[in-house]
Design a protein around this ligand. Structure first.
Ligand code: NAD
Ligand code: UGA
Length: 450
């Protein structure tokens, strides 16, 4: 078996993960392949104009690209040349047929398995890097090993990195999870993958389990995180009704070591490509096994999240004298969180659409996500895109801060106020601005959970 690695899928997961593996394993050749030629061209661009923005990523790609990290569309050559195959293709929610709106659409995964099988010229370890429903490995094993010339061992190695901190999370993960068959071939394959990570991750943080536990753990971990966000947002509504302050409540709940302080920030609700998709996937699994009450429990996590964005628009409506038509509202931030250009499932997208339905003139500004915002909202009239925050706010009745970009608190808010129509409203859905200072300038200020 050779030590070289191929990763199929050069997206948010494949690119950064393989860049770090290449950096930490300089003696291994790491090849990342994708069917999207434009994406591969961007990974290979001479000016390092990479398709994924992550702090620290470009430095690692500069260090490794062309040495032991390669990006290509030639899947055949890449699969032939490597015995360890990671698969990090997309697994969106299925939008048709059985399980529509809930189950994972596994067509990209299946196509990839068939490609691996047809191009293989030796035994391979095939690793699920994508997030997949429990038991996918069994389906893959059946496809790969049915009348196969070579032996394929399917492992699950889900990824826990968060966008915006991908490189930090990859370099010092809380844990790495590798699940595999509990037989000699499975254990040997798991050991081969442990070796890749052991180049920089302490052994005690590399956890091995059976395949089904690994697949389910990934869905469960995202569901728990999403559930925390929905729980604190549910409390936020109650804080607004009672005069409690959600940040104070969160600080004190989080001081209980059994609960812990992370993931208790109330806001516009969770976005990102995975939480909703993975919770829905869990719901579908529960339903498939007849666990309907468990399914309903997880559905509520999504309902609460949707409600949070509807609540933002309802509050704007109330505060702006029950009429929004023809008003101008500036959305500060469109990415689903700071430090990423990713806008998949972003709460700002939902709010922009709800405002557009009310015939609001929406102007959107974001330091990294404006191009994606334009694509996401290409079917929506009365939306404009403006890289400069001050221009976005010019003539606006309200600024709604949607993403907690670090520089927003230090904008010249007096200048923003002077540019806006009066009365001027700021709705800080991330509770990251100095509300007292804003009020002193003359703004009316709304927060979440205050
Ligand atoms: P993505 O859409 O950014 O990237 C997937 C890539 O796979 C695309 O570039 C696509 O062109 C490529 N692809 C699809 N079919 C292919 C094929 N047959 N051959 C070659 N390439 C193919 O998706 P992503 O955000 O990287 O997510 C990938 C998986 O990782 C998902 O299952 C997701 O749940 C999981 N995941 C993502 C994150 C994250 O932060 N984005 C974190 C953990 C897990
Ligand atoms: C999340 C998980 O954190 C990762 O462990 C996982 O690997 C990844 O999903 C995945 O499977 O794709 P990510 O979606 O990139 O990572 O970002 P998070 O930091 O988890 O934030 C998700 C959303 O929740 C964001 O919209 C964020 O603003 C929101 N959030 C997060 C809150 O509203 N409050 C919080 O306290 C934390």
């Amino acid at each position: 078996m050779n030590r070289d690695i191929v990763c199929i899928g050069a997206g948010y997961i494949g690119g950064p993960t393989m860049a770090v593996i290449a950096k930490m394993n300089p003696d291994r050749r790491v090849t990342v392949v994708d069917i999207n030629a434009e994406r591969i061209a961007a990974w290979n661009s001479p000016g390092f104009d990479l398709p994924v923005y992550e702090p620290g990523l470009v430095e690692i790609v500069k260090e490794t690209r062309g040495k032991n990290l390669f990006f290509t569309t030639d899947i055949k050559a890449a699969v032939e040349g490597s015995d360890i195959v990671f698969v990090g293709v997309n697994t969106p929610t299925k939008m048709f047929g059985r399980g529509a709106g809930r189950a994972s659409d596994l067509q990209f995964w299946e196509a990839t398995a068939r490609e691996i099988k047809s191009f293989a010229k030796s035994d391979k370890i095939v690793i699920e890097k994508s997030t997949l429903p429990v038991k996918t490995a069994a389906a893959m094993d059946a496809i790969l090993n049915d009348r196969a010339k070579y032996r394929f061992t399917v492992l699950s190695n889900p990824e826990f990195l968060a966008e915006g901190t991908a490189i930090k999370d990859l370099l010092s993960p809380d844990r790495v999870l590798i699940g595999g068959p509990q037989d000699d071939a499975g254990r040997a394959a798991m050991e081969a993958v442990v070796d890749i990570y052991a180049a920089w991750v302490p052994r005690e943080k590399i956890l091995t389990t059976n395949v089904w536990s690994a697949e389910l753990t990934k869905l469960a971990a995202n569901a728990f995180l999403a559930q925390r966000v929905s729980s604190i947002n549910a409390i936020a509504g109650l804080c607004e009704a009672t005069g409690a302050d959600v940040d104070e409540v969160a600080r004190v709940i989080g001081a209980d070591s059994r609960i812990g302080p992370k993931f208790l920030k109330a806001g516009p609700g969770f976005g990102g490509s995975c939480f909703k998709k993975d919770v829905l996937n869990l719901v579908y699994l529960c339903e498939s096994f007849g666990l309907h009450t468990a399914a309903e429990y997880w559905v509520q996590v999504i309902r609460m999240n949707d409600h949070q964005q509807e609540r933002i628009v309802s509050r704007l409506f109330r505060e702006m004298f029950n009429t929004l038509a023809n008003r101008k509202i500036a959305l500060f931030g469109f990415a689903f969180k700071a430090d990423t250009g990713d806008t998949r499932e972003t709460p700002a997208g939902v709010v922009a659409r709800l405002l557009a339905e009310e015939r609001v003139r929406v102007s959107i500004t974001d330091p990294k996500a404006l191009e994606n915002a334009k694509k996401d909202l290409k079917d929506v009239d009365c939306v404009t895109f403006e890289p400069d925050e001050y221009k976005a706010a010019e003539g606006a009745d309200a600024v709604v801060l949607m993403t907690d970009w670090r520089h927003y608190p230090s904008l010249d808010w007096q200048r923003v106020f002077d540019l806006m129509r009066k009365p001027a409203l700021v709705f800080d859905t991330r509770n990251c601005l100095d509300a007292a200072a804003l009020r002193k300038i003359g703004f009316k200020v709304l927060n979440i959970g205050k």
